[in-house]
Design a protein around this ligand. Sequence first.
Ligand SMILES: Cc1cc2nc3c(=O)[nH]c(=O)nc-3n(C[C@H](O)[C@H](O)[C@H](O)COP(=O)(O)OP(=O)(O)OC[C@H]3O[C@@H](n4cnc5c(N)ncnc54)[C@H](O)[C@@H]3O)c2cc1C
Length: 505
Amino acid sequence: MSGRNLTTLRTRRSGDMDTDVVIVGAGPTGLVLAIDLARRGVRALLVEKADQLFPGSRGKGLQPRSQEVFDDLGVLPGILAAGSAYPRMLAWEGAERQGEWDMLERSEPTEQVPYAEVLLIPQSRTQELLYARLLELGGAVRFGAALTGFRQDEDGVTAELSTGGTVRAAYLVAADGGRSTVRRGLGIGMTGETVDPRPMLVADLRLSPGAVVDRGNWHIWAKAPGGGVALCPLPGGDTFQLVAGFEDETAAVDTSPGAVRALLAERTPLTGDEVVEVLWASDFRARAAMADRFRDGRVLLAGDAAHVHSPAGGQGLNTSVQDAYNLGWKLGQVLRHGAPTALLDSYEAERQPVAADVLGLSTRIHRASAEGRGTQRGAEVQQLGLGYRDSALSVETRAGLTEDALRAGDRAPDGPYGAARLFDLFRGPHFTLLAVGVPLPAVRTDAIRAARLDAYESYGTGLFLIRPDGYVGWAGANADGLDAYLAAVGAGGPERPRDLVTADA
Ligand SMILES: Cc1cc2nc3c(=O)[nH]c(=O)nc-3n(C[C@H](O)[C@H](O)[C@H](O)COP(=O)(O)OP(=O)(O)OC[C@H]3O[C@@H](n4cnc5c(N)ncnc54)[C@H](O)[C@@H]3O)c2cc1C
């Protein structure tokens, strides 16, 4: 993005808005945000410089918390149908099978956690399903349109596109990936480190049916000459994801189909001929870095534009999805329901500490795996324990809670609600007021869904206002202070959306 573009764009008046939000980049972050805005009636223009969705499998692990997000967004049935459980690992030395182990600590679904395990699904398939949902909601992606420049002023942002012309919007969200041109254009630095200076190759392959590797395991040659190799069978076809390391830091990685075939023939018992097709290949070096700021005025950074991870532990895509999910309802409340713009300050305040923790986690897992220790993944990668207790948006008015009590800032767990589930109540763009073991108060606003249930172990008792992104925003023994909270998040309006019900379990 040139300086000229940044400085020479024409500024138009605020009344001229072409759309509410320009989203740059149709990766997982941009697609999730576009879906969330579409279901809130917020106009968005999603521009993508490529002519099509990204075709590779790279972020292939969908953590339980992301599955909950996808449940809320209406994409989970398709995701579950297209994905599979993670296979067990199978260690090889040359052509000899050495034994199996499980990378995951397996767990069963519970009332509170309906999706208990990471799901294996290629990133390209996840993106296709998100895109289909966006179309269903009346949204679109403008492919082949790169953001080439932008300028912001007090009233809005003017974006310049490679297809010609400018677009005026109230906000611009940079979902344009790790090399974000928006972030660079703003001069926001990335602070971090190289996790591993040795390059890696990642590719999607089709192998011939008679090949020595079966589709029941994730095959690992940890001590292969030149660097370790992993072949993971991907659901929904006959493809495998190849990840190969290089011991030599200075190695120039050749991603051509011929070089990928030669690498497999050299390091594994597969012959080059058994590789029927190389569908996609790329190289990378594991980095962990975070943008110094996630917001500059009317421009917000989300996903890889704000933080880049080692792929170890499957955190990058998942953290990105949740950035978008955190931001979507806040933009909706500001743009559609008159919430103070200060609500947007909470985006960086809430997501930066989460990103910092997740970066630390993926770096630890990467280094432990590289050193051959601690390769099993447990609850720490599932993102169910992440929350916002320290956020200014988390208001806990009850005193004397026990250490393990559910409180403001925590993820709101699922649970039974009559013949249905609490997640059925939460599903949609609204706030939910739960009266658990206490009477449901007559709240002044109708812009929330309200329900009463008997005291329930994972909630205890009290009034819980659940944010649209599934966290407890406010909690109290009674409704004192609730109205003020609702006003601060733009949910104090008088209208009653027709589909919202007040119910008793
Ligand atoms: C090699 C590799 C392996 C990975 N493996 C894993 C893994 O195993 N598990 C995991 O969880 N994560 C993994 N990741 C990370 C994961 O893929 C990312 O975290 C995820 O894609 C981030 O989504 P995003 O939408 O923020 O960015 P991206 O997916 O990068 O999407 C950004 C989009 O913006 C578009 N764009 C860029 N500039 C512009 C512009 N100026 N105008 C318009 N459009 C633009 C790009 O074309 C792209 O489509 C891996 C990443 C890489 C690179």
